[in-house]
Design a protein around this ligand. Structure first.
Ligand code: HDE
Length: 729
């Protein structure tokens, strides 16, 4: 007979040894659900190295619980013409899931496009920040989402609006989100006004129009009453409000952030993304045309560029300022997000490069479910007391609870950190983890004290001990009262063409308002920015220009704010090539090769689709091509009207008209001309340009070789031939 082992705690047994765990144990490896998201190939396909995370496994269609299915087209019925049976589980499950496919769209920035990429640090920022993401040569995977602000998820891309530029860095110390815009300042100084400005910008609550527009009464009512919004508004009215491409936008962190080095020393910084392709815009007419003919213009552009290997690149830069107690720089309040710091006063120092290399595999899973947050910071990067940033730190966490239906949104693959996660959060809707242990609290003795606190040396995020004092008040500092000097600074920094566009934009937007009082109030704001601007907009509205009401110190212009006057790389720019299938195809094939060798993307436009011969395939037809898609146009063929069209048109005209060009090609060429794009006519294509009577800068005719092509490239590098028109629609 064996003696039973003493039961711990039973009378007469040895007292239990309750050893307090004091030594850290090795951190357990990440749980399966917390492992890195699946790496993506440049085309967005999941990498072959990590096929297990694929949602689709096996060759057969199954139910959600893995049971194979033989028929998904016929519901289970009592006879072919009889009633459907409730016992059809597959039918019920299929329809139930479909019924719940939609989640609430983002309350702002609902319309967007995302991409995977990599950020490579050049080490420059490691002097002022201990963050691993800034270590020399460090490569950090990223996911970027670009967006418009006001429109719904299905709205057009090319509306006049601010663009979001949000980047999630999956650093080895945890996720860092830089949630910025393409405009360096914001409408309001205090986050408590955010619901107000967005209510004013969104469609009118009674009619739910206009969609994705600021050209309406409530928006201008708000902007003219809250004059702190005037600076952001003039940026919206400039060409920055209608970018040519997400690839050609600057990005700004807007707020001032605080970097912390290894010794705890701090530096205030503003973040800038500088696109390698330069900052370029659509013309207003192009933006409006695109809203109709291709509402997905920016989304398509980003996807196609990445898919074709023209990977978009930005440099990340910082403007650095001493972390003084007043947090001012050259008289500019660094905590006021309606102010920028001119680059001439604080140069942007480049700290690394972002390259977008992969499209999402699934839009919903990645672009829709990605959840950014200004509070996602890593050791070495901290926020400031900007009251706009403070409100954001609350809002982003809060909004995801509704949008992603619970607190576990960081377990969604696109949001999962690549750093190991070991939190004590438990349960909740959509919990993906099977947590081990029994003691998700600290301190504990039952899970051996795990997980342990890290010190600064183990990479803990340490709050900067910033001194804070003051009375509780609902007030702004006096420096926040200056609402106009920087709006004027922006206006003065624009070239005449850019100023003309701003005048046209205000004239359009205020012209769409119904309330006279709102127009008049906004004109007073314009008078406070610039008398000439105010006079020109007043004239367009048929109103008397008011007098200025506010005095302030005259600002210095900042030439860095103008988009024009430089030359930029042309990689990935689209060139339409009009081809006559009966013309010189060998010449077209040679030109196509040459354009591609220059890094451009030529798209052949022919009267009909399909194989053209000589290895050429029509990528667009006269029916599907529209000028807005192309940065330059080559007319390589005569593009004649079909014989029957010619006859009927001639007979209707009742004369011997010599017009031979297909009107759709005529429109293509005329629009490119009007929008100041380079047009090159070669071979028979010269007759088209002659017939349309187009002459001027940027219109080139020739044999298409040598000099002329260099001219085309040179012009593309300047984006548009603005001298062709003093202004452009
Ligand atoms: Fe946002 N903003 N925001 N915002 N914001 C959101 O968060 C908010 C502000 C920005 O692609 C929301 O996840 C408040 C400035 C971008 O998913 C929400 C305030 C800047 C995106 C929110 C601001 C931004 C958002 C809606 C004033 C530029 C899209 C969905 C205090 C620096 C991110 C979401 C994406 C999205 C709140 C002001 C940029 C509601 C309260 C300033 C790029 O949380």
């Amino acid at each position: 007979m064996t003696t039973p082992a003493p039961v711990p705690g039973a009378p007469g047994s040895e007292p239990p040894t309750l050893e307090e765990p004091t030594e850290p144990r090795e951190v357990p490896p990440p749980k399966p659900d917390q492992q890195q998201p699946v790496p993506h190939s440049p085309t967005g396909a999941p990498s072959k190295d990590a096929p297990t995370a694929s949602a689709q496994q096996g060759a057969y269609l199954t139910t959600a619980t893995g049971v194979r299915i033989g028929d998904s087209d016929h519901s289970l019925k009592a006879g072919p013409r009889g009633p459907t049976l409730l016992s059809d589980h597959h039918l019920r499950e299929k329809i139930m899931h479909f019924d719940h496919e939609r989640i609430p769209e983002r309350v702002v920035h609902a319309r967007g496009a995302g991409a995977h990429g990599v950020f490579v640090s050049n080490g420059a920022a490691s002097k002022v920040s201990r963050a691993a993401v800034f270590a020399d040569g460090e490569e950090t995977p990223v996911f970027v989402r670009f967006s418009t602000v006001l429109g719904s998820r299905g709205s057009a891309d090319t509306v006049r609006d601010t663009r979001g530029f949000a980047t999630k860095f999956y650093t080895r110390e945890g996720n860092w989100d830089l949630v910025g815009n393409n405009i360096p300042v914001f409408f309001i100084q205090d986050g408590i006004k955010f619901p107000d400005v967005i209510h004013a910008g969104k469609p009118h609550p009674d009619r739910e129009i206009p969609q994705a527009q600021s050209a309406h009464d409530t928006f201008w009512d708000f902007v003219s009453l809250h004059t702190e919004a005037q600076h952001h508004a003039i940026w919206n009215m400039s060409d920055r409000g209608i970018p040519r491409s997400y690839r050609m936008m600057e990005g700004f962190g807007v707020h001032t952030f605080r970097l912390v080095d290894a010794d705890g020393q701090t530096t205030l910084v503003k973040f800038h993304w500088k696109p390698r392709l330069g900052v370029h815009s659509l013309t207003w007419e192009e933006a409006q045309l695109a809203g109709g003919v291709d509402p997905d213009f920016h989304r398509r552009d980003l996807y196609d560029a990445i898919e074709s290997g023209a990977h978009p690149v930005w440099d990340l830069g910082i403007q650095a300022f001493p972390d003084t107690p007043d947090q001012m720089f050259e008289g500019i309040d660094l905590l006021d997000s309606t102010k920028l710091v001119p680059e001439e006063l604080a140069p942007v120092q480049l700290v690394g490069t972002l390259t977008l290399t992969g499209n999402p595999t699934n839009f919903f899973a990645e672009t829709e479910q990605v959840a950014f947050h200004t509070g996602h910071l890593v050791p070495g990067i901290d926020g400031t007391d900007d009251p706009l940033l403070m409100a954001r730190n609350f809002s982003y966490l809060d909004t995801q609870l509704t949008r992603l239906a619970g607190p576990n949104f960081n377990q969604i693959p696109v949001n999962r950190p690549h750093a190991p996660v070991n939190d004590n959060h438990r349960d909740g809707f959509h919990q993906q983890a099977v947590h081990g242990g029994v003691a998700p609290y600290k301190p504990n003795s039952l899970d051996a004290g795990c997980p342990f606190f890290a010190g600064a040396d183990e990479g803990a995020f340490v709050d900067v001990p910033v001194e804070v004092q003051g009375s509780k008040v609902r007030e702004n500092p006096a420096s926040y009262d200056d609402h106009f000097s920087q709006a004027r600074l922006f206006w003065l920094s624009m070239s005449p063409v850019e100023q003309e566009h701003i005048v046209n934009a205000y004239s359009f937007e205020l012209g769409k308002c119904y309330e006279q009082a709102i127009k008049e109030r906004q004109l007073i704001a314009l008078a406070n920015i610039d008398a000439d601007l105010c006079a020109r907009v007043s004239q367009a509205l048929g109103l008397v220009a008011p007098e200025r009401t506010v005095e302030y110190e005259e600002p210095e212009p900042s030439p860095a704010l103008s988009q024009l006057g430089g030359t930029w790389p042309t990689d990935g720019r689209l060139v339409g090539v009009v081809v006559d299938p009966d013309g010189d195809l060998a010449g077209v094939a040679a030109m196509r090769e040459e354009l591609m060798a220059q890094g451009l993307l030529p798209l052949l436009i022919a009267p009909r689709g399909g194989d053209l011969g000589d290895g050429l395939v029509a990528q667009r037809t006269f029916a599907t091509a529209r000028s807005i898609e192309f940065d330059a146009l080559v007319v390589a063929g005569a593009a004649p009207l079909a014989a029957d069209a010619l006859t009927s048109r001639d007979s209707k005209a009742g004369d011997d008209s010599t017009v031979r060009t297909d009107p759709r090609v005529g429109l293509l060429v005329q629009e490119c001309f009007r929008h100041c794009k380079a047009v090159l006519a070669v071979g028979d294509g010269r007759a088209v340009v002659e017939e349309l009577g187009l002459v001027g800068a940027g219109i080139m005719t020739g044999d298409g070789e040598g000099d002329v092509r260099e001219e085309l490239l040179a012009l593309l590098g300047t984006h548009r031939s603005w001298e062709r028109f003093a202004t452009s629609m």
